[in-house]
Design a protein. Structure first.
Length: 151
């Protein structure tokens, strides 16, 4: 991939260039991408998430090389994949998206054990894996909320 495409994807179509809270801006792009999958069955969403995960690791690594900085805040493709993972156990609707957004941002910002330690992994995986695990944590809580609060 060329440098412009890597930068475009890594920054979440430019959302990572936001002067304030680029991770939150990237997550909002993740919301929009999730909405595009509203008409598709769960298996298609799952396959998309797997493909996006592979793309995210590659793009994050290439962007880190371009920016010459470990996990540069402009790289938000990791937030995009993290949000997609958060939404996997849930039906795509406004309430679930709102709850998922809040949960994912909480786990991504607070980075409970072992999320913070995962950032030490080098390269693209080190950039993406903490958001993947934050997405898994948020997905578990979202699933519990949906199934036990019945909303």
């Amino acid at each position: 991939m060329n440098e412009k495409l890597i930068t475009f994807l890594a920054t979440g179509f430019g959302s990572g260039l936001a002067p304030f809270a680029p991770g939150t801006a990237g997550t909002l792009v993740g919301v929009l991408i999730c909405l595009l999958f509203l008409p598709f069955p769960w298996m298609i969403r799952f396959l998309f998430v797997l493909a996006l995960l592979a793309l995210s690791v590659y793009v994050a690594q290439q962007a880190e090389n371009l920016y010459q900085k470990k996990d540069d805040q402009r790289i938000v493709i990791d937030e995009i994949i993290g949000f997609q993972i958060t939404m996997l156990p849930a039906e795509i609707n406004i309430l679930n998206i709102c709850v998922a957004f809040v949960l994912f941002r909480i786990f991504d910002i607070l980075k409970p054990f072992p999320i913070r330690n995962l950032q030490r992994i080098p390269g693209g995986w080190g950039i993406v894996i903490d958001d993947v695990v934050a997405g898994i944590y948020a997905a578990i809580v979202l699933w519990l909320v949906i199934n036990f609060l019945k909303f």
